[in-house]
Write a protein that binds this ligand. Structure first.
Ligand code: F6P
Length: 324
């Protein structure tokens, strides 16, 4: 039997489609198990400022389909210091909150680890970031929606590229990770994909672009935001190498973070929301809940934030083989 009676949930870091589905699942699972549920506004900053309020089943009605996060999200300088975290802890204690579910990415789990080191309060994390850059889960909440947004945008860019015989360099999000670039590149038939995890071989890319000229009148090169040089430099390099090409750059930006979550993100968030509360009730803490091969798995925060091995280099081969 668990002693946990009151759980609070927050979202932190960059928002991601599906976070609302996750909040809904956490709140309703808690209520299902007879617990009192609370929401914390604006992530850790709201926790430091005491922006904590009760949530009931109705407060999460009609949000499963909405992008963004109804709890809002923010960065918190204060929470980085032990004094800031002490303030946050006191607000939790005043309301007898005895466990937390935090939804976010690596910064969120780093903050949760620091809080856990200082205070004995169980915390479970849910992976919510469009970048998919966490270990311990095949996919993060928001990634599927974001790549579908990218695919939709690049398909449109392809139409105009084809009409004008142009080459488009498209920069997509992923501060430290090429996972958005890689999947969207395969599914839009990109001729090349540049990601921070792999050394870029410009000679090979230029050769490939030149070779593809006989079969295609448009070309798409996808560059992850975290690439060493970024979309603008890549576009300039391609233009300098092929002066006769009509090269354009499109930076997709925050459009990738918004919008209605896909079915996959809603189901993922719902499953992880249920598992996070039930994990707390089983006595778990300091872990992120994820899905690996369709099965719920818990991974310590420290391991979850190291995502180095997540890029499947077979996928880059597929881009190359299919770019002919
Ligand atoms: O972490 C998700 C992410 O979308 C990154 O890919 C991107 O670099 C970053 O957020 C942008 O953050 P902000 O909205 O704070 O500029």
């Amino acid at each position: 039997m668990s002693n946990i009676k009151n759980i609070a949930v927050l979202t932190s870091g960059g928002d991601a489609p599906g976070m609302n589905a996750g909040i809904r699942a956490v709140v309703r699972t808690g209520i299902y198990h007879g617990l009192n549920m609370f929401g914390i506004r604006r992530g850790y900053d709201g926790m430091v400022q005491g922006e904590i309020f009760p949530m009931d089943a109705k407060s999460v009605a009609n949000i499963i389909q909405r992008g963004g996060t109804v709890l809002k999200t923010a960065r918190s300088e204060e929470f980085r210091s032990p004094e800031g975290r002490q303030k946050a802890y006191e607000h939790l204690k005043k309301l007898n909150i005895d466990a937390l579910v935090v939804i976010g990415g690596d910064g969120t789990f780093t903050g949760a680890s620091a809080f856990l080191d200082q205070f004995d309060i169980p915390i479970i994390g849910m992976p919510g970031t469009i970048d998919n850059d966490l270990s311990g889960t095949d996919f993060t909440i928001g990634y599927d929606t974001a790549i579908n947004t990218v695919v939709d945008a690049v398909d449109k860019i392809r139409d105009t590229a084809e009409s004008h015989d142009r080459l488009f360099v498209v920069e997509v999000m992923g501060r430290d990770s090429g996972l958005i670039a890689l999947r969207s590149g395969i599914s839009t038939g990109a001729e090349a994909v540049l990601i921070p995890e792999l050394e870029v071989d410009y000679d090979a890319i230029m050769k490939r672009l030149d070779k593809t000229r006989k079969n295609k009148s448009s070309r798409i090169v996808i560059v992850a935001e975290g690439d060493k040089e970024g979309g603008m430099v890549v576009a300039d390099k391609i233009q300098a190498n092929f002066p006769s090409y009509d090269v354009r750059l499109s930076i997709l930006g925050h459009i990738q973070r918004g919008g209605r979550p896909t079915c996959m993100d809603r189901v993922l968030a719902s499953r992880l929301g249920v598992a996070s509360v039930e994990g707390l009730l089983e006595g778990r803490k300091g872990e992120m809940v994820g899905l690996i091969g369709g099965q719920v798995q818990f991974t310590p925060f420290g391991k979850a934030i190291k995502h180095i091995d997540k890029v499947n280099t077979n996928l880059t081969r597929i881009v190359e083989i299919l770019s002919l």
